[in-house]
Design a protein around this ligand. Structure first.
Ligand code: PGA
Length: 253
């Protein structure tokens, strides 16, 4: 596989129903595949669980990867409503988002549970996409780095104790930027990405860690943020559900 310049991950959240997601894919898959072939970047789409398998069937010979939006922190057993990391691997998911701020706030997911999910994903050869980020209040009171290092601590234990060669992603998503249309200043992002880089450089197994930015990314904002050092890709919510916007992003980076 070629070495991508940027990894672009579309987090479809719960924007589409099952029918809408399948229709979106069937309508644009050929053109989107052409776009991905023309670009040096790699694209991962993360639809809701129920659409994963049928979309995997639609995209099986395409240059578009598939990711899940979450997985269980248990490997198997009596956990009603949860999804095994192993099942995600069996349907060829290459990536899985964990620790998203929406799960941390609506489902009370803790950083320790996020780390348990990371361990299961690595066992199943799926790239974890770990989301970290501070709230507006924490940002305004100068606590961003403290919050980020607390969120990273349990992850660092897992990564340091694994010999897995699977690429690993950390998405910095300031909560105050998600869905608001507000993006941080580049000099603030320089400082934060350098902080995360320094932190992850101390982990003993650090060879395949890639840093992404997420929060109000669209075809315009990605061009501003791409100049920030250490940014290797983007985690994109709303804009990834708009084909024209997604196409512009993949082609312009
Ligand atoms: P947004 O969401 O691009 O709609 O701001 C990003 C995310 O929550 O991953």
């Amino acid at each position: 596989m070629r070495n991508p310049s940027y990894t672009i991950i579309g987090n479809w959240k719960m924007y589409f129903s099952f029918d809408q997601a399948i229709k979106w894919i069937r309508t644009v898959k050929d053109e989107l595949n052409e776009v991905c072939l023309q670009s040096e970047n790699s694209l991962v789409l993360c639809p809701s669980f129920e659409s994963l398998y049928p979309i995997q069937q639609e995209l099986s010979h395409f240059h578009i990867n598939l990711g899940a939006q979450d997985c269980s922190n248990y490997s198997q057993g009596a956990y009603t409503g949860q999804i095994q990391a192993r099942s995600l691997s069996e349907i060829n998911c290459s990536h899985c988002i964990v620790g998203h701020s929406e799960r941390r706030s609506y489902q009370q997911e803790t950083s320790n549970q996020t780390a348990e999910k990371v361990a299961l994903l690595l066992e199943n050869k799926i790239s974890p996409v770990v989301c970290i980020g501070e709230s507006k209040h924490e940002y305004e009171s100068g606590k961003s780095e403290l919050i980020l290092s607390e969120q990273l601590k349990p992850i660092s234990k897992i990564i340091s104790s694994t010999s897995s060669p699977i690429p690993f992603f950390i998405a910095y998503e300031p909560i105050w930027s998600i869905g608001t249309g507000i993006i941080p200043e580049n000099n603030y992002l320089e400082q934060i990405f350098s902080f995360i880089k320094t932190n992850t450089n101390q982990w003993s197994n650090k060879k395949s860690i890639h840093l992404l930015y997420g929060g109000s990314v669209n075809a315009k904002t990605c061009l501003i943020i791409k100049s920030v050092k250490n940014v290797e890709g983007f985690l994109i919510g709303k804009a990834s559900t708009d084909f024209q916007e997604l196409k512009k992003i993949v082609l312009s980076l």
